[in-house]
Design a binder for this molecule. Sequence first.
Ligand code: PLP
Length: 373
Amino acid sequence: MIPFLDLKATYTELKDELDAAYERTLSSGWYILGEEVEAFEADWARYCGAKYCIGVGNGLDALHLIVRAMDISAGEEVIVPSNTYIATWLAISYAGATAIPVEPDPRTYNLDPDRIEAAITSRTRAIMPVHLYGQPADMDAINDIAQRHQLKVIEDAAQAHGARYKGRSVGSLGDAAGWSFYPGKNLGAIGDGGAITTNDAGLAEKVRMLRNYGSRVKYYNEVKGYNSRLDPLQAAFLGVKLRHLEEWNARRQIIVQQYFAGLSRLPNLVVPYVPEWAKPVWHLFVVRHPQRDALQQHLQAAEIGTLIHYPVPPHLSQAYQETSWPEGSFPLAEQLAQSVLSLPMGPHLSPGACEVVIDEVARFATTPQPTVA
Ligand SMILES: *Cc1c(COP(=O)(O)O)cnc(C)c1O
């Protein structure tokens, strides 16, 4: 059996360091915020090349608190990708604002800068690009548009820990970035976790207040805040894992080279496209095939785990049925939802297992498929 992602192996490899972090945190007697959180915040800010980092409960909260801290609210709009995880949209909806979808570049699957301006109205406040699957969005083009229209730029960096855009780290390329440390992400906790990075001192201060009941001084509440604080135990684990992030991302890169060598010239199979300015971190390795479901079943029968990111675009999900976007509104996002398949990927996928995946995908792609009526 080749799992889609082997999470247990991440613990096994780092067991001694993680166990030490656990012992240290539990024996400290301090279990909310404090030194462990502050140490990780400083490390993560430095890694991202950002001035400030604020640890929060999860990635969705990170994005939501950014939107709240920017005072984006009811009647206002934020531009989002039509093809993303629903959290991107929910962060905006929670604040009472409206997510306005824009279709992706069909090659990179990231927000297409050429389509953004048509979606801007007098109510638009921000653009929220997602570095989807670990590949940076075209930030210079997006920032130019934002500057022309006086909009904020919020990076959804939940899938892109360590990705570089024209040599610069994501997470410091817009006004603020939201991070998730969900266990399956490139930098994952052993539970939920998230963070905001920004170079804006005022925004950092607001988010810091919002994550902790809207107070700067205990029991003095300036705004109706939230309880969304990065757990010190998770911060301690993340500090350990951060020391291995570059190496683990490099392992993903080696797997990707193997995938590209084996999968690049197969009939009907579309492999990822990487612009020359992008250094992705391969959170996911996503291929496309017109008979995606049959390919997934074929791999399942060969005991190879795969996932679909994502089977339903947010505008068609039941959660957003109140919106006025029927089927056909965002055809690129809809086509992607029908055709994408994420192959096994992670720092513990062996070259041998990778070869098995390649062989099975190739076997499927080169066998004539019965046409679907
Ligand atoms: C994982 C993810 C999130 C949300 O992160 P959580 O920690 O699960 O709340 C947001 N956006 C994208 C693109 C993600 O992949």
